[in-house]
Design a protein around this ligand. Structure first.
Ligand SMILES: O=C(O)C(=O)C[C@]1(C(=O)O)C=C[C@@H](O)C=C1
Length: 452
């Protein structure tokens, strides 16, 4: 990826704008954290980030540059926190006892004594922490930069997607998808960029469910090549490994390659790829590798044991950009529209009728997905003679290739509305037409699938 994260010294305006604390502006969590997540012992200060294009000269692009600037920023933040009089620990962080409980004791492995005490690779406590639920304050942060929420920690693919969708944005890490939705709803962020499907791993169902539960609008899409690396601590060899950890999507995208590398070892799921890399590094684990990006290797001081380990070299994840307001659909460039619908009557051939409404108007579908109808998951049909049939009920999600500004799209939806009990347009937005083989558009000045 061509996007380079760099600390942005101008972004501490949050505190000045009356936002409770710098940490609060950058850390959102819902519910309890999974036990495998470890909090660092570093003080609860963090800096915000700007995604700089390689051509930008303002801030250094190497890890060393980045870290040194980060350290300066941390000091500044600490001072500004004192000035605010908010020197009590921020909620959910800086709690050594809790860290003690969460961090598993790590024995010496392969002759090396490991564990947090020996770790001096990267002071990544200085990286921005995921937002937590207590940070969901309705107070808006004002600033000129677009604030874009993503799920994960710095180095996650979603962060790169945010930079690709909105070059020069301020990327805001969130520890869960739901938190990214809420960050936008509560004006903590202006946009969210979330993965919805991958060419190898399939749909990210959680985000389909959340699209329905929340009232945000899809305003664009980004299709991003995902290039996975196998990361381990410096000096670790493949033969030492007993475990590979990563986001479940990343694990599934690399399944065959891992086997062909002789790594028939335990797989463990993590919240995101970069968090897995951070965990290996923070705990000095010499028997565990993470699947993550080359950028995560750089940020967390890991070596790349194997490069390009995704099962298909053309591995692509599709992300959608979400906003509080929809964009006005246009007809001067290719648009896609996403809808979700359900029907509550015992009906036949619902899908056939819906597909016909599109086919009749020569509208291509690009995606169809079904999810359980959680409000009414099962429909019972009693037949005195043969018993009770239990039908599972579904919601259907369809993406089609037309703009809502086109009459044919409006007519298709008018027709579909007649035989569905519920129909919602999730968004009508420009298609990402960026060639996949082109150099990463994180460095491109244009927004691939958006208008803003
Ligand atoms: O874990 C990350 O780095 C993510 O950004 C999440 C995610 C996903 O949810 O699919 C995004 C892209 C890749 O397909 C793998 C993982």
């Amino acid at each position: 990826m061509a996007a380079i994260l760099s600390p942005n010294p101008t972004n501490h305006s949050a505190a000045a704008a009356g936002v409770p604390s710098v940490r609060q502006a950058h850390q959102l969590t819902l519910g309890s954290r999974p036990a495998f997540r470890v909090r660092t012992r570093t003080p609860s200060v963090c800096c915000s980030f700007r995604l700089d294009l390689p051509g930008n000269s303002a801030v250094g692009s190497t890890r060393a540059d980045w870290l040194s600037t980060c350290a300066i920023l941390s000091g500044k933040v600490a001072v500004s926190k004192l000035q605010e009089g908010s020197d009590s620990p921020a909620p959910g962080g800086g709690d050594d006892e809790e860290a003690e409980k969460l961090a598993p004791a790590v024995p010496a492995i392969n002759g090396y004594r490991s564990g947090p005490a020996t770790l001096d690779l990267v002071p990544f406590g200085n990286l921005p922490k995921p937002l937590t639920i207590s940070d969901l304050s309705p107070a808006p942060m004002h600033g000129s930069q677009l604030r874009v929420a993503y799920q994960g920690v710095p180095g996650a693919y979603s962060e790169a997607a945010a930079g690709r969708a909105y070059p020069n944005c301020e990327a805001i890490p969130c520890d869960q998808f739901e938190v990214a939705f809420q960050a936008v709803e509560l004006w903590i962020a202006d946009r969210a960029v979330l993965p919805v499907e991958n060419s190898l791993g399939g749909s990210i169902h959680r985000n389909y469910d959340l699209l329905l539960r929340h009232r945000l609008h899809i305003v664009g899409e980004v299709q991003m090549p995902v290039h996975h690396c196998l990361l381990a601590l410096p000096g670790v060899r493949k033969e030492y490994l007993t475990r590979v950890i990563s986001h479940p999507q990343a694990l599934s995208q690399c399944e065959h390659t891992l086997t062909s590398l002789g790594l028939n070892v335990a797989r463990e799921a993590f919240d995101d790829t970069a968090a897995a890399a951070e965990y290996v590094s923070a705990n000095g684990l010499r028997d565990t590798a993470a699947i993550a990006s080359a950028r995560a290797a750089e940020l967390y001081g890991l070596q790349i044991l194997a490069d390009g380990i995704q099962d298909d070299s053309g591995n692509v994840t599709r992300f959608v950009m979400l906003a509080r307001e929809p964009i006005i659909p246009r007809t001067d460039r290719p648009f896609k529209t996403s809808i979700v619908f359900a029907h509550d009557r015992e009906g036949t051939s619902l899908l056939f009728k819906v597909l016909s409404a599109f086919a009749f108007r020569d509208i291509s579908l690009t995606k169809i997905e079904s999810r359980p109808h959680r409000n009414r998951p099962i429909r019972l049909v009693d037949d005195a003679n043969v018993g009770t049939a239990k039908h599972f009920e579904y919601l259907f999600y369809i993406d089609f290739q037309a703009s809502m500004a086109e009459t044919r799209a409006q007519n298709a939806l008018a027709e579909i509305q007649e035989f569905t009990s519920f129909l919602r347009v999730l968004g009508s937005y420009p298609m990402d037409m960026t060639p996949l083989a082109a150099p990463s558009s994180a460095s491109s000045p244009s927004t691939p699938g958006g208008l803003d």
